[in-house]
Design a binder for this molecule. Structure first.
Ligand code: SF4
Length: 485
């Protein structure tokens, strides 16, 4: 299993990626490639379920990277057929950091009308109460995953077909879900009514593809057709193509704004614009809102790079690769010793001393979560002889946890939950620290008027504390919502 590195503890982590293919020979091979392109959305484990008209359903679930498992002929030859779905996972509710193989998706259920498998990206905010209710009524859970509730709800539905049962089940579910599912003949994609997590549709030759992000369509040479709409269910067969339904009550869209900032790959696109371009524009807004006199703009690589380029372009201060990332660190130390662990950030990032020495440096990072990494990076820059260090952050202060499929520390551990901007600057001991405003972020993602306070155009709960779906399970456990203003 890939190691949990200290550097990664200080970032929000996307918890899942989903991919599905129908109508292509050996669909599982395409799914493996797609999951490989989505590996940034989850590195703990991955799984594929496929169906072949003669061999029926088959599946494989493995810990670790896609490339270490789903490239082996010995495994892939056990996954035949023209229909397959897959899932990569970081870790979801129930077994954070201690994934058991039974928690690895896709989940499979055998119903009277045939089998079905589902892969879920997101988080069900009423999973605890659903689970209790289902167990009381006789369901036997195999995993600790919230996503398994969907299979049990489908099993209890009285509807005739699997897509109808899935609609029925998902109407009971609250929270965020982008689901890719399959029957013997159908590939199914569903997005929750708010469209919190992404899901896109592509086409390759005679086949159809569903993916969390467009970058995974590119890797298999599929053409991007469109995004699945919030609240939409598509049922796809090789013969009849795409049928679209809207089974939920329509609601204003609340796509996760953090997908633009950090989670998605920069070569993916949403709403017709590349994530890279949006991040560059965030840097432009950041420079307009928070100028500072300095000699160099450097990125905390890799996710801070597009915003740093935008900041440099807008401010006229040269961009330089003052910090270099060691791309292969993750695979270097399988079982790091305590001494190596203590080297922390230095294992992943190195300062380009020749560029930094004697300079006033603006460091652009995508976010500050606990602040532990920011502090270490600042020390590295000062050790390399920088005269001043100014942090510019390409997202507003992260002051609230996410309950919609992203791993966040508890609220008390978020630096911005207990300190204002000046206190954080003092805590990190930097010459200045500034965050982009919420309005600035909205402008950068293509909303020229900024955030609509009455009905925000995106989910931004981790910044604003305004949760578009009530996190029922967490409230029952004592989580306190922000007091009304
Ligand atoms: S709370 Fe933040 S990370 Fe979670 S879905 Fe909303 S914007 Fe995205």
């Amino acid at each position: 299993m890939p190691i949990a590195h200290p550097f990664d503890d200080d970032k929000l982590r996307e918890e899942c990626g989903v991919f599905g293919v129908v109508g292509l020979k050996d669909a599982a091979n395409f799914v493996a490639l797609g999951l490989h392109a989505l590996q940034h959305r989850g590195q703990e484990a991955g799984g594929i379920v496929c169906h072949h008209p003669e061999h029926g359903f088959n599946n494989a679930r493995r810990f670790g990277y896609v490339r270490d498992n789903f490239t082996k002929e010995s495994l892939m030859s056990t996954l035949p057929g023209p229909l397959a779905i897959g899932h990569v996972r970081y870790s979801t509710a129930g077994s954070k950091g201690q994934t058991a193989i039974r928690d690895v998706q896709p989940f499979f259920g055998e119903f009277s009308m045939g089998g079905a498998a589902i892969a879920h990206n997101g988080n069900i905010t009423n999973a605890d109460s659903l689970r209790r209710e289902l167990i009381e009524r006789g369901s036997i859970f195999q995993s600790s995953s919230d996503s398994e509730c969907i299979i049990h709800l489908m099993a209890r539905s009285l509807q005739r077909t699997i897509p109808e049962r899935m609609e029925d089940a998902l109407r009971r579910v609250e929270g965020a879900f982008s689901v890719v599912a399959m029957t013997r003949t159908k590939l199914i994609g569903v997005r929750d009514p708010l469209g919190v997590r992404p899901l896109v549709l592509g086409k390759l030759a005679e086949g159809w593809v569903l993916s969390s992000e467009t970058c995974a369509l590119d890797i298999i040479g599929a053409e991007f057709i469109r995004e699945i709409k919030p609240g939409e269910m598509v049922v796809i067969t090789a013969e009849n193509g795409v049928e679209s339904h809207f089974p939920f009550r329509p609601q204003p869209s609340k796509f996760c704004i953090f997908e633009h900032v950090y989670f998605s790959r920069p070569d993916s696109s949403y709403g017709g614009r590349s994530v890279y371009e949006t991040r560059r524009q965030i840097g432009v807004e950041l420079a307009r809102e928070n100028p500072v006199d300095a000699d160099l703009v450097c990125a905390v690589p890799d996710s801070g790079t597009p915003a740093a380029i935008g900041y440099s372009q807008e401010s006229g201060i040269p961009f330089a690769m003052g910090i270099v990332r060691n791309q292969y660190m993750g695979r270097t130390f399988i079982e790091p010793t305590e001494q190596i662990r203590n080297m922390g950030v230095r294992l992943k990032l190195n300062v380009n001393r020749a560029l930094i020495e004697g300079k006033r440096v603006i460091l652009v990072d995508d976010s500050v979560v606990r602040g532990t990494t920011s502090r270490k990076i600042k020390e590295m820059i000062l050790d390399a002889g920088a005269k001043e260090v100014h942090f510019r952050i390409a997202s507003p202060p992260t002051a609230w946890p996410c309950f919609y499929g992203v791993d966040t520390p508890e609220r008390e551990k978020l630096l911005a939950a207990t300190m204002n901007e000046d206190q954080m600057a003092e805590h990190l001991a930097v010459d200045s620290l500034k965050f982009i405003s919420l309005d600035g972020l909205y402008r950068a993602v293509g909303e020229p008027e900024g955030r609509n306070k009455k009905c925000p155009q995106y989910c931004d709960a981790c910044f604003s504390g305004e949760y578009p779906v009530r996190p029922a399970d967490m409230i029952a456990k004592g989580f306190e919502l922000k007091a009304a203003e």
